[in-house]
Design a binder for this molecule. Structure first.
Ligand SMILES: NC(=O)c1ccc[n+]([C@@H]2O[C@H](COP(=O)([O-])OP(=O)(O)OC[C@H]3O[C@@H](n4cnc5c(N)ncnc54)[C@H](OP(=O)(O)O)[C@@H]3O)[C@@H](O)[C@H]2O)c1
Length: 271
């Protein structure tokens, strides 16, 4: 079985953290104590992630780095060169986790070819762990048949209090697969939620921290993004926040299938 216990449950999303400001934000997160950075070929933040880690003075093995192969690089001729280019851009010999960013609609690039290439990248030592993003249950079952159960450590999908993906959550639990919750704060919008606000008032914290504590209590890995010290610290403090069964139940009621990221290339979602 894949060792997903090695993935720090709190990570930092890096979408939009480009250039000098991006490097500074990521470096600040590392200073505050974040040890898991989520980048992608398509974010233009692989370089900023690498630079921030180098500036932090932390040893390579103290920071868990994830990157994702873009859907434009999944064809056989492009896959491995793109992974080697990611390693060069980040400035590492190996990433901790390599994901397929999006499945290819209608298998225009054959599913078997890019999933086998992902495993080959791991076998070559380019990635310690492998996983996927935006996959459906059908994709996950096909992957398990092809690569063997437990080969993939995570499926990174949109999850937050308004989109709790119960079908995917239950499937992942039964398959021993961790879900990584992307956009866990709906770009900060969850801070306006009245139920989260009420719980936050009771616990003397913020609605964002309550949302993140909920997702962690559900067993998910979370990757909220921020550039501000206040929000970075607040989001990290969620790791020490414990919610009662009553709070958990109240937040479970907030699920309304609100999907924020749904481009035309999206698969047919399970929830
Ligand atoms: N696999 C995929 O297809 C996929 C898709 C989307 C995202 N992702 C990953 O998921 C990460 C997170 O998603 P995201 O960056 O789109 O959105 P997000 O983490 O839900 O929200 C980030 C936004 O929320 C604000 N924020 C952060 N902490 C806050 C707090 N405590 N209170 C109020 N506002 C707060 C931030 O502003 P400040 O900077 O001002 O704090 C930032 O603008 C991305 O960075 C990326 O790594 C993956």
């Amino acid at each position: 079985m894949a060792n997903h216990s090695a993935i720090p449950q709190l990570g930092l999303g890096t979408f939009g953290r480009t250039g000098d400001n991006g490097i500074q934000a990521i470096e600040l997160a590392l200073e505050i104590g974040y040890r898991h950075l989520d980048t992608a070929q398509s974010y233009n933040t692989e370089q900023t992630v690498g630079e921030a880690v180098r500036r932090s003075g932390l040893a390579r093995d103290e920071v868990f780095i994830t990157t994702k192969v873009a859907d434009t690089h999944l064809a056989p001729a492009d896959f491995m060169p793109s992974v080697r280019s990611s390693l060069d851009t980040i400035g590492v010999d190996q990433v901790d986790l390599l994901l397929i960013h999006w499945p290819v609609p209608n298998d225009v690039v054959p599913f078997e070819s890019y999933m086998t290439a992902l495993k080959d990248a791991q076998d070559k030592g380019y990635a310690r762990l492998i996983g996927v993003s935006n996959f459906t249950i059908d994709h996950l079952e096909r992957a398990a048949k092809l690569l063997g159960p437990g080969s993939l450590v995570t499926n990174q999908v949109e999850i937050h209090p308004w989109l709790q993906v119960p079908t995917m959550r239950d499937y992942a639990r039964s398959a021993g697969l961790r879900l990584t919750a992307y956009q866990p704060l709906v770009k900060g919008q969850v801070a306006q939620d009245d139920v989260l606000k009420a719980i936050a008032n009771e616990l003397a914290t913020t609605p964002a921290a309550v949302a993140l504590a909920f997702l962690m209590a559900e067993g998910h890995i979370i990757i909220p993004a921020s550039s501000s010290r206040r929000n970075l610290e607040n989001n990290r403090a969620a790791t020490a926040l414990s919610l009662s069964a009553q709070h958990m139940d109240a937040i479970r009621q907030l699920d309304r299938g609100y999907r924020h990221i749904n481009p035309t290339k999206s698969p047919h979602w399970d929830d």
